[in-house]
Design a protein around this ligand. Structure first.
Ligand code: GAR
Length: 235
């Protein structure tokens, strides 16, 4: 962290960037003692890149198609990220599989959010798969990133009911609002030094986090309305 105690967060996106915007807003409102030092995308046309630029955040694009293989692409990402000197690296809808070339240098300070109740449904089309399986609940999980795809130790998990008329889109809309709450909260824990990773798994305040992550309680939100009324809750 900087001398001012402000954490530096780099965010990787591939598309819309609504989770990235949730981070920008949490920083802007002082709920996260951090600043977003770089938004990096593998797609020049990612909508989130434009909104980050508009918000005055440094952005960069490294197109995966310009590299011969995943390792070369990952090495280019590492180089660019290291220039930004992040304390924490956030994958927010970054739709590329990462190799150890990327993961190793950021191990223990690399988080992802995945739109399912991990360990259920790693990979793609998570909401449709939950519907097809007849599940009664869906959700999202923040987890540390390890080389196993969507398989690193979970940190925080938010659950949402599946309603009778749900489609993948209606379910995604319900889940994304929860993502915007849990992801900045997990980042806050990390920047406070409360959230750590070691060979035994993920720990919060020295306690091992359960295999499916800590169950999110909405009252723990990094809440904008509470902050506005001077009653900020920080989990
Ligand atoms: C989010 O729902 C995130 O969980 C998911 O992509 C969406 C990005 O939305 N990530 C993955 O599927 C990664 N496997 P956003 O661009 O609006 O933040």
């Amino acid at each position: 962290m900087s001398a001012a105690g402000e954490g530096r967060i780099a965010i990787l996106i591939s598309g819309r960037g609504s989770n990235m915007e949730a981070f920008l807003e949490a920083c802007e409102r002082g709920l996260l003692p951090a600043r977003v030092c770089l938004v990096l995308s593998n797609r020049a046309d990612a909508k989130g890149l434009a909104s980050a630029r508009q918000a005055g955040v440094e952005t960069a694009c490294i197109a995966h198609g310009d590299y011969p293989d995943r390792q070369a692409f990952d090495a280019a990402l590492v180089l660019r990220l290291q220039q930004a000197q992040p304390d924490l690296v956030i994958l927010a809808g970054f739709m590329r599989i990462l190799t150890p070339v990327f993961i190793t240098p950021f191990a223990g300070r690399l988080l992802n959010i995945h739109p399912s109740l991990l360990p259920k449904y790693p990979g793609l089309n998570t909401h449709q798969r939950a519907l097809d399986a007849g599940d009664s609940e869906a959700g999202s999980t923040v987890h540390f990133v390890t080389p196993e795809l969507d398989g690193g130790p979970p940190v925080l998990q938010a659950r949402a009911p599946i309603l009778p008329d749900d489609t993948a889109d209606s379910l995604a809309a319900r889940v994304i609002t929860l993502e915007h709450e849990i992801y900045p909260l997990a980042a806050l824990w990390f920047l406070q030094g409360r959230l750590t990773l070691n060979e035994q798994g993920a720990f919060l305040d020295g306690q091992k986090i359960p295999a499916s992550g800590i169950l999110y309680r909405p009252q723990d939100a990094v809440r904008h309305d509470a902050a506005d009324s001077g009653q900020q809750r920080i989990g």
